[in-house]
Design a protein around this ligand. Structure first.
Ligand SMILES: [Cu+2]
Length: 486
């Protein structure tokens, strides 16, 4: 089996179109088509106003319409300008402005999560639990240099509700639902408690979906189980300042993928985060200070035999994607505007081992180091200035430098089986390169002027350059097609 497994999955991706929200819709039966014996129909016109979403959109799931989304990616795909595709029932991969995958940054509660599957069964937007009162911000295109390593497609930020909204005492909520097609059942509970400055909140959710039936009554392999929960404790003090510690876990079990050559018995994403958001008293030069650190750890297993009828060639891939980083940023009051200066860091380590067995038995021998223990470290320095120019006009200028270093630690590990060669030998054969370690300095910048022409019309003009470093798959995914093993 060669790269065909990966590309076949792509081609067969099930497309899910973005559902428009409230548009003006007119249903009419033209009189010329109505026959005499049919009851006459009168047109029904439903009209509504909807502001076109700007490049920056912010919303809360509880305030939006529609059935409960399967994951955050499905929720995002209901927004205009965001589409998604998936290989099975779970794992919506979003696209914005024609860009997808790691061209879009998904930052969940301050943490970056890179999926653990080399075949994108678990894109970042599918691993983030979405709570009803979360604040979801979608920035289309490159709009701020302060969000970490640049993502030219856009940035999706999922933030938990403001801790200052947690009242003293205990509060909470529970919701659940069921969908007939695919028998999707879900339940989600949240609890919060506040005592003076201290607060604690937690959530737990579980979802189970069967295969859905298509229009011809055929079963489409799309079942999955997902469950998880999280806890956060923090302290509110001073001038709307917060210090907090949080951790959550999300597990997807037995996910079937109609559009891939494998299914996934297990994916687990664990995240920990600590942060300080400090606001200084008014009148000081330094107005805000943000310090945060996080780690997200994803394990993924996929195979072509435990959840489907196996052929003679049995394969499995065990993968992990660990991301950790942090950020230090200060806001300064400079000539009537806010100057944000800071430094951030992100390390992503991805490692995947693929095993295969041609004789119909359980695959034991490692035949590919599919992600050969790749480390991508990115440290960024940034400065962004935002200021009003006059009553209706504002200006934003940003500059960012990313210092990137890359290694593939298992590039020289020799897999087992007949005809095995190392990742470095494969790169040499197919790409003509043998060096896997890289250093880069990437400079990104943006300038933007926003103007309100009147109460209802505003516009902006801007220029941006966003330089993103290639991810582990783009740099060095390995699959040797000329090798077999038992
Ligand atoms: Cu996978």
């Amino acid at each position: 089996m060669s790269l065909a497994h990966f590309s076949a999955g792509r081609r067969a991706a099930l497309r899910a179109a973005a559902a428009p929200a409230a548009l003006a819709i007119a249903f009419a039966v033209p009189a010329t088509h109505a026959r005499a014996e049919e009851p006459a129909s009168r047109p029904i016109v439903i009209e509504g106003d909807q502001a076109l979403p700007g490049p920056l959109e912010r919303m809360t799931p509880a305030d939006t319409n529609g059935p409960a989304p399967r994951d955050a990616g499905e929720f995002l795909s209901r927004l205009e300008g965001v589409t998604s595709g998936r290989l099975g029932g779970h794992g919506n991969e979003i696209s914005m402005r024609g860009l997808t995958q790691d061209n879009i940054a998904v930052i969940s509660d301050g943490a970056y999560v890179f999926g653990g599957c080399p075949n994108r069964m678990d894109p970042p937007s599918s691993l983030s639990a979405l709570l009803p009162d979360d604040v979801v911000t979608v920035a289309r295109g490159y709009q701020s240099v302060t969000d970490g390593p640049p993502a030219p497609g856009g940035t999706v930020t999922i933030d938990r509700a403001d801790p200052y909204d947690i009242a003293d005492g205990l509060s909470g909520g529970i919701e659940g639902g069921i969908e007939s097609n695919g028998e999707t059942r879900y339940v989600s509970a949240q609890a919060r408690a506040g005592l003076g400055g201290a607060y604690v909140r937690g959530f737990a959710n579980a979802k189970k979906a069967g295969n859905y039936e298509d229009g011809d009554g055929r079963d489409v392999r799309s079942a999955f189980k997902q469950y998880g929960g999280g806890l956060e404790a923090g302290w509110r003090y001073g001038n709307h300042s917060v210090v907090s510690l949080s951790s959550d876990v999300d597990i997807v079990e037995d996910a079937l993928f109609a559009g891939a050559g494998m299914d996934s018995p297990w994916t687990a994403a664990r995240t920990v985060k600590a942060s300080l958001d400090h606001n200084f008293d008014e009148g000081s030069l330094v107005t805000t200070l943000e310090v945060s650190a996080y780690g997200s750890f994803v394990e993924h297993l996929m195979d072509n035999y435990s959840l489907r009828t196996p052929g003679m060639m049995r394969m499995r891939t065990d993968a992990n994607s660990d991301t950790y980083g942090g950020r230090l940023a200060a806001g300064l009051d400079v000539i009537g505007g806010v100057l944000t200066l800071g430094v951030d860091h992100r390390t992503n380590n991805r490692n995947a081992e693929s095993r295969s067995n041609m004789m119909g038995g359980a695959p034991v021998t490692i035949t590919n180091y599919t992600w050969p223990d790749m480390f991508i470290r990115d440290t960024g320095l940034f400065g962004e200035y935002e200021a009003p120019v006059d009553a209706g006009t504002s200006l934003k200028l940003g500059l960012r430098a990313d210092f990137v270093s890359v290694e593939a630690k298992r590039a020289d590990w020799l897999p087992g089986g007949m005809g095995a060669i190392t990742a470095r030998q494969l790169y040499a054969t197919y790409y003509g390169v043998t060096d896997t370690d890289r250093e880069e300095t990437n400079v990104s910048a943006l300038a933007r002027v926003t103007h309100d022409f009147n109460d209802s019309i505003s516009g902006w003009i801007g220029a941006a350059r966003a330089v993103r470093t290639a991810d582990a798959t783009e740099r060095g995914i390995v699959r040797n097609g000329n090798q077999h093993s038992s």
